[in-house]
Design a protein around this ligand. Structure first.
Ligand SMILES: [Cu+2]
Length: 153
């Protein structure tokens, strides 16, 4: 698949690693060595051209899904491509794929494996803009502690 409307040529302002790890045996799946809750998200600034290098070190494929933005695939295992713009990326085992996007939708956006039982045990991080409102993104607290949900009795 190739991009119908490719992004304009521009050098990345920021390159971020996204290493997918974990194993079937322990049944913990990670992003950059950490299972969710994970305060070390992928930080960007509004207006930047961002490149993410997704490297899958595990033995199975992970469909990585980004909320809030679409990205263009630019490289698959060292080969340059002008891949389709999408919001989900199947990363085969032991494969490395680069994507780019223009950060133009400020907030805190989920970036996670779309196999939900992988996301549930850790393969979940966020793309976080500088100065984003993190009032409702405090992963070490429960919903009740951040005041997002009131229990009714
Ligand atoms: Cu997965």
């Amino acid at each position: 698949m190739s991009a119908k409307n490719p992004l304009p040529e521009k050098a990345p302002d920021r390159s971020l690693p996204c290493v997918l790890g974990g194993s079937m045996a322990k049944y913990v799946w990670t992003v950059n060595g950490a299972a969710y809750p994970n305060r070390d998200g992928l930080d960007v600034k509004d207006g930047e051209r961002v490149e993410i290098t997704v490297r899958n070190e595990t033995g199975m494929a992970h469909p990585m899904h980004l909320h809030g933005l679409d990205f263009e695939v630019t490289e698959i295992d060292g080969k340059t491509v002008h891949g389709a713009v999408r919001d989900n990326l199947l990363v085969p085992p032991k494969s490395t794929i680069k994507v780019i996007f223009d950060a133009n939708n400020p907030g805190v956006w989920a970036f996670h494996c779309h196999i939900l039982y992988h996301a549930a045990v850790g393969m979940f991080t966020v793309l976080k803009y500088d100065e984003a409102d993190t009032q409702f993104w405090q992963p070490e607290k429960t919903l009740t502690e951040i005041g997002g949900v009131k229990a009714e009795r």
